[in-house]
Design a protein. Structure first.
Ligand SMILES: Nc1ncnc2c1ncn2[C@@H]1O[C@H](COP(=O)(O)OP(=O)(O)O)[C@@H](O)[C@H]1O
Ligand SMILES: CC(=O)N[C@@H](CCC(=O)OP(=O)(O)O)C(=O)O
Length: 300
């Protein structure tokens, strides 16, 4: 679907004015609110969608919200690893990261994906600033100890995968106050100055908590969390999430995403949604409280 293609049913000026006017109450309420947007690598499917995403981020800032973008890039990392003859391996949704893979992760995330998003936001008239978790001491990390899902006395050796020790959001506050839109790559810095590869969902959730964000939106390549029959689960409670993880309905990349979403909701982020980034403007509608699609995470 081309998000910039003309609509087959063009709306009249009066209808356009009515839509804009109807947004007044929610826009007034949302002035100055912080919105963390996780832009998954799988959601970056086509150039037109990426452009529409960047335009929506700029629009949200112009409407008085404070967007922070945390990007992924799993498929893009996979692509370069394959070109280099390396096979990616995942344990519980985390990429096993040896030293050479870490280099590739940094090239792709900070060198390619982040700069593409920064470019698109700037092209759309915003002022984006790309950062990794190393900049300004934003994300301190250590090696993640990942227990085996079936035998928790065993640990997986997953190399330079990071566990977040602390987040210092001072730099983000500074750049936001200057009107910049931060675009954060999920790379952390260890005590010995080594880099850590951190799952982008985990970073988005922890940043949302640390910034006391009002909303966390996670854009992916699926309509939301699905049940075993492939039906969308529009709302999930903590107990339901635990059951879906335990019986294997939630697996792979959805594990860190749902864990992060739940952690953010429990830590006070008021609205947490997993949405389909392939649907044009789904993020904009959800950000403006015009609930469109996806799964809402609830703490009850
Ligand atoms: N119950 C589930 N509902 C939806 N997606 C699921 C579920 N269990 C596993 N998944 C997988 O999780 C993927 C989303 O995670 P991931 O690939 O890491 O996306 P992203 O790059 O957007 O972070 C989906 O494409 C799907 O293959
Ligand atoms: C430890 C770990 O798995 N890191 C991820 C970081 C990128 C990411 O999370 O990208 P998506 O959001 O597109 O999945 C990886 O190497 O793929």
């Amino acid at each position: 679907m081309n998000p910039s293609a003309p609509s087959p049913h063009p709306i009249t000026s009066a209808e356009r004015a009515a839509v804009l006017a109807s947004l007044l109450p929610s826009l007034r309420q949302q002035q100055g609110q912080t919105l963390v947007i996780k832009y998954g690598g799988n959601a970056m499917t086509e150039p037109a969608l990426q452009q529409a995403f960047a335009q929506d981020v700029v629009l949200l800032q112009l409407l008085g919200l404070r967007p922070v973008v945390v990007h992924g890039g799993g498929p893009q990392i996979e692509h370069l690893l394959q070109r280099l003859g390396k096979q990616g391996r995942f344990v519980q949704g985390m990429r096993v990261t040896d030293a050479e893979t870490m280099q590739v992760v940094e090239w792709v995330l900070a060198g390619q994906v982040q700069q593409e998003i920064v470019g698109l936001i700037n092209q759309a008239g915003g002022r984006a600033l790309g950062l990794t978790g190393r900049d300004g001491g934003l994300i301190r990390a250590r090696a993640l100890r990942l227990p085996d899902a079936t035998d928790p006395s065993l640990w997986h050796d997953i190399g330079q995968v990071g566990d977040i020790v602390a987040i210092d959001p001072a730099l983000l506050h500074t750049v936001q106050a200057q009107g910049y839109i931060p675009v954060v790559s999920p790379i952390g810095c260890g005590d010995g100055n080594q880099s850590f590869n951190i799952n982008a969902d985990v970073v988005a959730a922890r940043l949302a908590t640390s910034l006391q964000a009002d909303k966390l939106l996670m854009l992916t390549n699926i309509p939301g969390v699905l049940d075993r029959q492939g039906q969308l689960l529009a709302r999930l409670s903590m107990a339901e999430i635990e059951a879906l993880v335990a019986d294997g309905t939630i697996s792979g990349g959805m594990i860190p995403k749902i864990a992060g979403a739940l952690e953010a909701a429990k830590s006070g982020v008021k609205a947490v949604h997993i949405i389909d980034g392939r649907v044009p403007h789904a993020m904009l509608l959800e950000a403006l409280g015009q609930h469109a699609c996806g799964t809402t995470i609830c703490v009850d």
